[in-house]
Design a protein around this ligand. Structure first.
Ligand SMILES: Nc1ncnc2c1ncn2[C@@H]1O[C@H](COP(=O)(O)OP(=O)(O)O)[C@@H](O)[C@H]1O
Ligand SMILES: [Mg+2]
Length: 212
């Protein structure tokens, strides 16, 4: 069997608050990479594999009350299955595996907003991800005013229905995450999508060159 040209692909995470443009950017970024001949697998959290997609439906269901620690464990259950069955194997087949949300969201939502300690999240997330660390994490920042302008109330899921105070804590949680983590950077989500993709590619290109 021919040995692959690269041992391990790059694991790239896009995260940030609701409506910050993650899904839009993930689509554009993968498309740009593929056009340049760089294989890219796009996936999302919670989800990516059948068990995690089933847990996603539970987590986003408006009619369900979920205790903070139960919420943390459900997200981490989805993540560990996703990492084991999809992300880790994909890293030997693709140059880039692009994930829409990952650990930063756990620190922002379950940590900063729901009040679970960072130490506990470090512990549980570390076990769930089996030490899998993103090579690059782009966190999109979005002010409340821009959140209000985008999207409609009728399509809100369980977390989007939380109020403005919750969103303020989430935003602060993401910003704190970026300050603490090497390899994570903050992007102003009010810029146009093309410009944001350009900024991400500027950071990604040196990593791609290094690992051929
Ligand atoms: N850079 C941007 N500037 C203005 N509007 C945007 C931008 N990116 C996304 N949008 C719009 O904002 C809304 C939320 O985008 P989406 O990609 O679904 O965000 P997320 O996946 O982070 O929730 C959509 O209506 C989308 O068209
Ligand atoms: Mg999305």
């Amino acid at each position: 069997m021919a040995s692959p040209r690269f041992k391990r692909g790059l694991f790239v995470v896009l995260d940030g608050p609701d409506r910050s443009g993650k899904s839009t950017l993930a689509g554009l970024l993968c498309e740009r990479l593929r056009r340049r001949g760089v294989s890219c697998l796009r996936t999302r959290e919670p989800g990516g594999v059948p068990l995690a997609e089933a847990l996603r439906r539970v987590l986003l269901d408006k009619s369900r009350a979920i205790a903070p620690f139960a919420e943390l464990l459900l997200y981490e259950a989805a993540r560990t299955q996703h990492a084991q069955d999809l992300i880790l194997p994909a890293l030997s087949k693709y140059r880039v595996v692009l994930c829409d949300r990952f650990s930063p969201a756990t620190y922002a939502y379950q940590g900063a907003a729901r009040g679970i300690s960072r130490r506990l999240i470090d512990l549980i997330d570390g076990v769930a991800t089996k030490g899998l660390q993103p090579d690059l994490t782009a966190v999109i920042d979005l002010p409340e005013s821009e959140f209000q302008k985008r999207g409609s109330r009728s399509r809100e899921d369980r977390l989007e229905r939380e109020g403005e105070r919750f969103r303020r804590l989430v935003r602060a949680g993401f910003r704190g995450y970026v300050r603490r983590r090497r390899g994570a950077f903050l992007i102003d989500g009010r810029k146009n999508s093309g410009e944001i993709v350009g900024e991400i590619l500027k950071r990604l290109d040196p990593l791609l060159k290094r690992r051929t």
